[in-house]
Each structure stands twice: as structure tokens, then as C-alpha cells.
Design a protein around this ligand. Structure first.
Ligand SMILES: *[C@@H]1O[C@H](CO)[C@@H](O)[C@H](O)[C@H]1NC(C)=O
Length: 237
């Protein structure tokens, strides 16, 4: 506080002697009298304080532990049958290594010297792998037919499981002679391809027999003092 000037000090001295002492409860007016103030009144309420700041949110809590697994539920009802699927892509035909290889059978007979006129001379058992192939058969060896009067012809033919081929035609050969007693063993081959024989075992046989109608049966001889062979091969058509 700034010190009182001298004139005020004089006034206060007078007040202290008269007015101030006489009426201590009267509030001094117009002057600042701090030397001996009586007890003041209670102060007024202060102004409202500034609003506080909101508190911050606390941090979220941590996840709890996993619970125990529940029990398996009852089986559901079977679903309805689905619709038929789309057709698949056309596949590539498989390669059968065994089928790819050429399969050739060969049977041989050394010096059969067979004089059978009507009957089976040779046979060779083979196995056909596929229905839709052909069997190529080749018989080679010596054949002979001796004419005697009206008996002038011999026939040789191949059968497959006891039947002659009919796709496309039988496989056969005939020897006709116009000279009686002519005895000549002729190297010959009887050959053909028969199609569409069923897959499976096939007994390929060489028969001797009667010639086509109109000829009597001569004196037949097969495989004179030499090797006869039958070669059978399954081939694609
Ligand atoms: C051959 O054809 C028969 C009759 O159709 C069949 O049963 C068989 O499976 C066929 N075999 C082969 C190897 O294709």
C-alpha cells in the first residue's frame, strides 16, 4: 500500500481523537483508513469457478480366456439328392502298351509227312486281344495231290475255332491235276486276313478236305520232309 500523504495523516489524527473514537462502528467515508480498522464484514462469495475438464475414458479391458469347447451337436437331417451333373469332357483313349506291340504267333512242324486226305493237319492256338481287329494267317509248306481217275483234286483250308472265315471270305487253296499218278510236292502258301473274330482264345487249324463240288478227292499229302509253319498276327483293320 502506498503511504498516506501528510494531509490525510492529519485528518486521520483528528478522526482518531474525535469521530473515529466516538463512533467506531461507522464506516469511514471517502478515506482510506488502514491504521486501525474495526473487524470487517464477511467477504462476499467468490465468482463461480471455471468448469472442469471432463475426465478421460479409461483403457478397455483385456479379452477374457477362451471358454471350454461345447459338446457336439446331434447329426443333421440328410440333404436331398443333388441334380445330375453336366457331362464330362471327352477323354483321350488310353494307350495300351501291350496292344501297341505287334503280336505275332508262329507254329512250326518239321517233316509232318501227313497223308491225311480229310482232317486236321496242323493247329496253332493264339489269343486275340480285341474284337475289332483282323487275324492275318499264313501257312507255308509242301502240298501234294495225286490224280487217280475221277479223283483229281485236294483242298486245304484254314478254320478259326472250327469255322471257316466269312469276313470277308474263307482262306483256302486247291490243287487240281489232269495227269494220273503225277506226284509233285509243291512249296505253297495259304494266306489271308479274317476280320472281326471275337477276342479271346482262337484255335487256328489247317484242314484237308474235298474240293468244291464237281471234283473227286485225290491223294493228298502235306509237309513232305520239310518244315511247315503257321504264322498268325493280330492287326488293325
Ligand atoms: C468283345 O465283344 C464282346 C461281346 O460284345 C464283349 O463282351 C467283350 O467285352 C469284348 N471284348 C473286348 C476285349 O473288347
Amino acid at each position: 500500500m502506498a503511504p498516506l500523504n501528510p494531509s490525510l495523516q492529519a485528518v486521520c489524527a483528528l478522526l482518531l481523537l474525535g469521530v473515529c473514537l466516538a463512533t467506531p462502528d461507522v464506516q469511514p467515508t471517502g478515506v482510506n483508513c488502514a491504521v486501525w480498522p474495526p473487524a470487517g464484514r464477511d467477504g462476499r462469495d467468490g465468482l463461480p469457478g471455471t468448469a472442469g475438464v471432463n475426465g478421460r475414458d479409461s483403457m478397455p479391458g483385456r479379452d477374457g480366456r477362451d471358454g471350454f469347447p461345447g459338446e457336439a451337436g446331434a447329426p443333421g437331417v440328410a440333404g436331398e439328392k443333388g441334380e445330375k451333373g453336366l457331362p464330362g469332357i471327352i477323354g483321350v483313349s488310353g494307350v495300351c502298351e501291350e496292344c501297341e506291340r505287334r503280336k505275332i504267333y508262329q507254329c512250326t512242324w518239321d517233316a509232318s509227312n501227313d497223308g491225311t486226305d480229310i482232317g486236321v493237319i496242323h493247329q496253332c492256338a493264339v489269343k486275340k486281344r480285341t474284337n475289332t481287329t483282323g487275324l492275318h494267317v499264313r501257312w507255308s509248306g509242301n502240298l501234294r495231290n495225286i490224280k487217280s481217275g475221277g479223283n483229281d483234286c485236294s483242298r486245304w483250308y484254314i478254320t478259326f475255332n472250327e469255322a471257316e472265315c466269312n469276313n470277308p471270305a474263307r482262306i483256302d487253296a486247291q490243287i487240281y491235276d489232269s495227269t494220273d499218278g503225277h506226284n509233285m510236292h509243291i512249296p505253297s502258301s495259304i494266306e489271308g486276313i479274317c476280320y472281326m473274330l471275337p477276342a479271346g482264345p482262337v484255335l487256328v487249324q489247317l484242314h484237308t478236305g474235298d474240293c468244291r463240288p464237281g471234283h473227286g478227292h485225290g491223294d493228298t499229302y502235306t509237309g513232305w520232309e520239310s518244315v511247315s509253319r503257321m504264322i498268325v498276327e493280330e492287326i488293325e483293320m
